[in-house]
Design a binder for this molecule. Structure first.
Ligand code: MN
Length: 218
C-alpha cells in the first residue's frame, strides 16, 4: 500500500488549489487506533452523476465511485469503481469544484458517520477483494460488503467492485436515493449548493429528484 505522502502527491497533482476550494490535505493526523473510522458518501455531479463512497483507513479515505449510488436492497449489486485515495479532510467537503478543473461540478455530503470492519485484518480483506463492514451513518446503517470483480492487477484499469447490502434489519426495498436527496450536513439539495457557491445550477439540479425541483419552483 502506498504511503500517505505519495497518495497526497497524486491527489494534489490533479488539482489547482488556487482555483478549487477542495482541501489540499496534509492537516493534523487522527489517532486512528482510538478514534472511530470515518465513513462518508459525497454525491458528485461531475460529467456524470456518481456517489463517492469513502472509508477511512491508514490515514486516508479509501474511495470508490458508485454511478448508481448505494441500494438498501440485498438483491441489488451496485458497481463501485475504485478511485484514488483522498485526504481525510476531504470527507467534510461540500461545495463546487470549478468547471474545467478535475471533477468539476457540485459535491454534496450525502451521508456521513463511522464504519467498523467485520474482519479483523482489513488489509488482507482488501487484498483478497472482499471487505465486510458495518456502517453507522445517518442514512446507511447495518452490514455491507464490497466485492472486487475485475481489473486492477497491475494493469492501468482501476479495480471494479460491487457494493451489496447484507440482509439485516436495515435492508429495505425503499429507494434511499430518492427518499433522502438532501445533504446530511446542510439539508441542501444539489441545486442549492451550486447556487450558494456560484456553480452551474441547471447541471446540479439534474441530480435532484424531479419532485424537489417542482417544490422549489412553487
Ligand atoms: Mn467524484
Amino acid at each position: 500500500m502506498p504511503k500517505t505522502g505519495e497518495i497526497l502527491k497524486k491527489y494534489r497533482s490533479k488539482r489547482n488549489f488556487d482555483v478549487t476550494s477542495e482541501p489540499s490535505g496534509g492537516g493534523p493526523k487522527r489517532k486512528s487506533s482510538k478514534t472511530a473510522l470515518a465513513y462518508v458518501i459525497q454525491k458528485h455531479q461531475a460529467s456524470q452523476l456518481h456517489y463517492d463512497f469513502r472509508l477511512e483507513w491508514n490515514g486516508v479515505l479509501l474511495s470508490w465511485a458508485i454511478p448508481k449510488g448505494p441500494s438498501l436492497d440485498p438483491s441489488v449489486k451496485r458497481l463501485a469503481a475504485a478511485v484514488e485515495d483522498h485526504p481525510i479532510e476531504y470527507g467534510s467537503f461540500e461545495g463546487v469544484i470549478p468547471e474545467g478543473e478535475y471533477g468539476g461540478g457540485t459535491v454534496m455530503l450525502w451521508d456521513q458517520g463511522t464504519w467498523t470492519p467485520e474482519d479483523p485484518d482489513v488489509d488482507a480483506a482488501l487484498r483478497n477483494g472482499e471487505l465486510k463492514f458495518t456502517l453507522n451513518g445517518k442514512k446507511l446503517k447495518g452490514s455491507w460488503v464490497l466485492v472486487r470483480t475485475k481489473g486492477g492487477f497491475g494493469g492501468s484499469s482501476k479495480p471494479q467492485w460491487l457494493l451489496i447490502k447484507h440482509r439485516d434489519r436495515y435492508a429495505s426495498t425503499e429507494d434511499i436515493l430518492a427518499a433522502e436527496p438532501r445533504s446530511v450536513s446542510s439539508n441542501r439539495l444539489m441545486a442549492n449548493i451550486a447556487r450558494d457557491s456560484s456553480g452551474d445550477v441547471a447541471k446540479a439540479a439534474k441530480a435532484d429528484p424531479p419532485s424537489s425541483s417542482r417544490s422549489r419552483a412553487s
